[in-house]
Design a protein around this ligand. Structure first.
Ligand SMILES: [Fe+2]
Length: 598
């Protein structure tokens, strides 16, 4: 039984393939076509999934698409009558979905009749919830999805019991936590698709002094729901305009906040304007209001279901700050967030929704790691290194067939303060680098954040970097030892450890950690242990392997990023490439390691 899930004609296009109830492969199109947040039909991702499953498109039994044009049809029609431009755009989307078989056939170079799979439409939030619950380790759980908008809803919650999910409630357009967060992100001068992370990082710098006003912008409602103060927004009157041309372009979102919002909160920040204390307070207030709504939702869901397990999905589930804070006080004992909690994850969710809810198959899979994308053989890595035309005057290249010396040497480089590109195994599923396509550095050096930004990442200085920690040491460094294998929780670093790992500790004392288990990623876990043995601190600073581009996928992209940036070392499969003219001596101050660290 082969089920292909496709998130198409929508931001974060992706594909996933489920064979006999188990996930075999999943990847976002952006990793392959190198266009950030790529929309359109994810042809390369589909090809990869088929390839990995050893199947032809003609052998696929079911194709699941996470969009149901018939869902909430009445609401959609009423809105369309008020807003013809929006209706035309919707019609275009519906037409594209109707032609998915033909599009797929033409992209894969087969005749449409060769695709004998039944094509299923799965409602957007059902697919989100399925993407979390059906791959969670839980037999039963409360499930909550919240995002910008999908099939005219912005949130949905359910009770998951074995292979079934029973929907308990929903919030429909125009009320939306995702729209709220995006509108305020724009207001604060961040206009790029996916910029919400930046504002979440900014929130730590201020106190929520404007919370009273923000409670007018978003507030809890009875029945586990929430409402927006619609005067502050434009999407209900002008449509939630999101435009993209094809898989080769990054989506663009229109302005979502109204002049009334500016009247109440002051003029919007222009992108080039410096960030001031006022912006910090605004970001903190916006985050605090969101957290109030989420606390009420979590509590109400715990009370109505009586469950101790919670599964989260949708873009709001990426708010690791809220997840961490609310978890600490919530009645839930275990929370599962799938690594691709946003719209990319819909391909996995749609496929599993069909597997369980339509085909009635039992549950036999849990997603315990994120490594579902392409990987590369040692010979592919070797030929990439050979073809790369590296400057041998500046580089020392060596290789090791055994993992042990590779890990030991890498750990030594990290402990010595070098910036290390780490390329191993399969590409991560979801937006976070989780130890296979990562740039690693010593978390004990407070100046490392600034060095990384200057030499490689070129990010806003207020954005935090994240730590990876061997799972068994998490409780020693963090106030929570709940697993965070996919970097979806920010937990407070223990007060006595903040000076030990200053580089990834954010200004509010939290860090968005990745807990690494031996079973999920043996090599990365070994590296953390080796770093721990050398330094006494089994933690590395882990940031994604890229520089203003999608995270690298192929060895060639890693080599190119290494060549272009000022990384000291690249560990590429079995190869270690060391820059002879390391910049470390020139710029790291002597005694840069924080007091208290070994
Ligand atoms: Fe969504």
């Amino acid at each position: 039984m082969i089920i292909l899930g496709i998130n198409a004609y929508h931001a974060n296009a992706s594909a996933a393939i489920v064979v006999d109830g188990r996930l075999v492969a999943a990847v976002e199109e952006e990793r392959l076509n190198r266009v950030k947040y790529a929309a359109g039909l994810p042809v390369q991702a589909i090809r990869f999934c088929l390839d990995r499953a050893g199947a032809k498109i003609s052998e696929v039994d079911h194709i699941a698409v996470p969009r149901d044009p018939t869902a909430r049809l009445g609401t959609k029609l009423r809105f369309a009558m008020r807003m013809p431009r929006f209706a035309l755009e919707r019609l275009g989307v519906m037409r594209r979905f109707a032609g998915v078989r033909d599009d797929l056939a033409s992209a894969l170079g087969v005749a449409p009749q060769e695709i004998r799979a039944q094509i299923h439409r799965v409602e957007h939030h059902t697919a989100h919830m399925a993407s979390a619950y059906f791959v969670s380790p839980f037999e039963r759980a409360a499930v909550l999805s919240a995002d910008g908008l999908g099939d005219f809803a912005s949130a949905m919650w359910a009770l998951g019991e074995g292979p079934r999910m029973r929907t308990l409630g929903e919030v429909t357009f125009p009320h939306s936590l995702g729209m709220y967060y995006t509108a305020l992100t724009q207001y604060l001068g961040f206009w790029k698709f996916g910029d919400e992370y930046k504002v979440m990082g900014l929130a730590a710098y201020g106190e929520p002094e404007f919370l009273e006003e923000f409670r007018r912008i978003v507030r809890s409602d009875k029945r586990n729901a929430f409402r927006l103060g619609l005067k502050y927004f434009t999407h209900q009157s002008q449509g939630a305009e999101m435009t993209w041309r094809d898989a080769a372009s990054t989506p663009v979102l229109g302005r979502l906040f109204s002049p009334y919002l500016e009247k109440r909160l002051g003029p919007a920040r222009r992108a080039e304007e410096p960030l001031t204390k006022r912006h910090h307070i605004l970001a903190a207030s916006m985050q605090a209001a969101l957290e109030e709504v989420l606390v009420a939702q979590w509590n109400s869901l715990a009370a109505t279901t009586g469950e101790k397990n919670l599964c989260l999905a949708g873009g709001v589930a990426f708010n690791c700050l809220a997840n961490g804070k609310i978890f600490a006080k919530s009645p839930f004992e275990r929370v599962y967030v799938q690594p691709a909690a946003g719209d990319a994850g819909l391909s996995v969710g749609a496929a599993f929704a069909i597997n369980h809810q339509v085909l009635g198959r039992p549950r036999e899979f849990a997603m315990e790691h994120a490594y579902w994308g392409p990987d590369f053989s040692p010979s592919a890595v070797r030929s990439a290194v050979e073809r790369a035309n590296l400057d041998s005057n500046d580089l020392h290249v060596s290789s090791s067939v055994d993992a042990e010396p590779l890990v030991q040497r890498t750990a030594r480089h990290i402990a010595d303060g070098k910036i290390v590109g780490w390329f191993q195994g399969a590409v991560e599923w979801g937006p976070r680098a989780l130890g296979n396509r990562s740039i690693l550095a010593d978390p004990r050096r407070a100046e490392m954040k600034e060095i990384l930004n200057r030499r490689i990442k070129h990010r806003e200085i207020f954005r935090p970097f994240a730590p990876s920690i061997a799972e068994e040491a998490a409780g020693e460094y963090f106030e929570q030892s709940h697993p965070s294998p996919f970097m979806t929780f920010a937990f407070p670093v223990r007060a006595e450890k903040r000076s030990v790992i200053p580089a990834p500790t954010h200004v509010d004392g939290t860090a968005r950690l990745q807990t690494v288990s031996r079973s999920a990623n043996p090599l990365y876990w070994q590296l953390l242990r080796a770093v721990g043995e050398l330094t006494g601190v089994p933690v590395v600073l882990n940031t994604s392997f890229n520089d203003n581009e999608p995270i690298v996928c192929r060895p060639e992209e890693a080599l190119e990023c290494f060549r272009r940036t000022r990384m000291d070392v690249l560990v590429l499969g079995n190869y270690i490439l060391e820059r002879k003219s390391s910049e470390l001596e020139r710029e790291a101050p002597a005694g840069g390691i924080a007091k208290g660290a070994a």
